[in-house]
Design a protein around this ligand. Structure first.
Ligand SMILES: Nc1nc2c(c(=O)[nH]1)N[C@H]1C(S)=C(S)[C@@H](COP(=O)(O)OP(=O)(O)OC[C@H]3O[C@@H](n4cnc5c(N)ncnc54)[C@H](O)[C@@H]3O)O[C@H]1N2
Ligand code: MOO
Length: 408
């Protein structure tokens, strides 16, 4: 796709976002056991085939009674009833309750026909052959009605729902053993750079610890994708192609970081130019040098800049929404808020700024956190949002209303 350029000669952020989004088609739908669905997106509405609760059941351990039999009960004048059945949760038959009797009943057990209330055990003497009921009960007391939570035919989850713990819980509760979900996007994360060494090994002058690969793979997983991490890919073009080759059939998206700006040793740019990937400068800070396309007609590729904050911010702005949309998530975007800036900011013109910041939900304010430098990863690690400042703005007084993207 040709790059649209803005007045600055740079590609507008929204153009690059749209381009990256076109690279990833919707992932195929597959049926998975519930245990394998965490973090995925539901592909179809989940319609309840049973009500919840499935039957009238007790909310308390106690005695199932007819409320009219205990109208006069009090601690001073208990009503004595014979106990004719014991109803633990899970008992399959449900003997009816005869007038003037009680069934001992446990939480979750089916309320027998004939009973219309449960008296908690604490309001009785706890008898097993006979029970002294010391309190009256309103009709319906401590009875959880069938269908009170979910009625048959209700869509308990809509297509596009992200499946977290409670969504999996409700799916199991209505009896779904498997769910139709979109297969997670398979992402190959590559890092290159001769200066990089593995955390845990000694650092020599001129070297730094590799962090982007791990960070981006974690970001992919966090976004619901399935990452595979290839670190320390050698810095020459042939080795780069050789490293990719075994993964092409099983990869939807390749993400690289580094090796794309104007240096003499830009292996990513050298290897991917002419192989389906186009490079551009995007009107944003951090994250200016970007590339995207399809590697040799195969997997989608997004090349992120190497500076760690640039890599992470551009993942957030370009990759994460595209990845989540392709994986079927309705909430593909980070939530955004408007907030009041606590201190003034001066901003270079012409590029959309993404400043790391701290959003205070209680008072609706946002405070820039750390400087604008794209190597300042520690501030990003302790920030909770990105402050998004449009290209044309160069000055923001304290008290300005600004947009923030919430990161957690
Ligand atoms: N003459 C120019 N120089 C630079 C330009 C430019 O337009 N003209 N752009 C600058 C901007 S903006 C950025 S961002 C960076 C992007 O450079 P690259 O994407 O080519 O990245 P590298 O040069 O490989 O690395 C940049 C920086 O990040 C560190 N890095 C790289 N990979 C990792 C990793 N996996 N883990 C941790 N840190 C990593 C690397 O050591 C460098 O410090 O270019 C500017 N220069
Ligand atoms: O645009 Mo680069 O991404 O600032 O550091």
């Amino acid at each position: 796709m040709p790059h649209a350029t803005g007045p600055s000669g740079l590609t507008p952020v929204r153009e690059h976002q749209a381009w990256v989004a076109t690279l990833l088609p919707p992932a195929p739908v597959e049926s998975r056991p519930l245990t394998d669905c965490l973090g995925l997106a539901l592909a179809e509405d989940l319609v309840a085939a049973i009500p919840l609760p499935p039957f009238d059941n007790s909310a308390m351990d106690g005695y199932a009674v007819r409320s009219v039999d205990v109208t006069e009960a009090s601690p001073q004048h208990p009503v004595q009833l014979p106990v004719s059945e014991d109803l633990p949760a899970g008992r399959l038959d449900s003997p009816p309750l005869l007038p003037g009797t009680a069934h001992r009943i446990m939480t979750g057990a089916q309320v027998p026909s004939g009973a219309d209330a449960v008296v908690p055990v604490e309001r009785t003497d706890g008898g097993t052959a006979e029970v002294q009921v010391q309190a009256s009960a309103q009709p319906g007391a401590h009875v959880r009605r069938a269908g009170e939570d979910v009625q048959v035919g209700t869509a308990v989850l809509a297509a596009g729902a992200s499946l977290g713990p409670t969504q999996l819980g409700i799916a199991a509760a209505v009896g779904a053993a498997r769910l139709p979900v979109r297969r997670p996007i398979r992402v190959l994360v590559l890092s290159t750079g001769s200066e990089l060494v593995e955390p845990g090994s000694p650092l020599r002058t001129g070297q730094i610890y590799e962090s982007n690969g791990l960070m981006l793979a974690a970001a992919v997983r966090d976004a619901g994708g399935k990452p595979e991490l290839l670190r320390f890919v050698p810095d020459d073009v042939d080795s780069f192609h050789a490293a990719l080759a075994p993964h092409l059939e099983t990869t939807d998206l390749i993400i690289t970081s580094g090796g794309v700006s104007a240096g003499a040793y830009e292996v990513v740019k050298d290897a991917l130019s002419g192989n389906g990937v186009e490079f551009t400068k995007v009107a944003m800070q951090p994250g200016m040098p970007q590339g995207a396309g399809h590697y040799r007609g195969g997997p989608a590729v997004v090349t992120l800049p190497g500076n760690p904050v640039s890599a992470m911010v551009s993942f957030e702005i370009f990759v994460r929404p595209a990845l989540r949309r392709a994986a079927g998530h309705r909430d593909a975007e980070r939530p955004s808020r408007q907030a009041t800036l606590t201190r003034p900011l001066e901003i270079p013109a012409g590029k959309r700024q993404y400043r790391r910041a701290l959003f205070d939900a209680a008072d609706g304010t946002v405070t820039p956190h750390g400087g604008p430098g794209s190597h300042l990863l520690s501030a990003m690690a302790t920030a909770n949002c990105l402050l998004e400042i449009p290209e044309e703005i160069t000055e923001l007084p304290a008290g300005s209303t600004v947009d923030v993207l919430l990161m957690d």
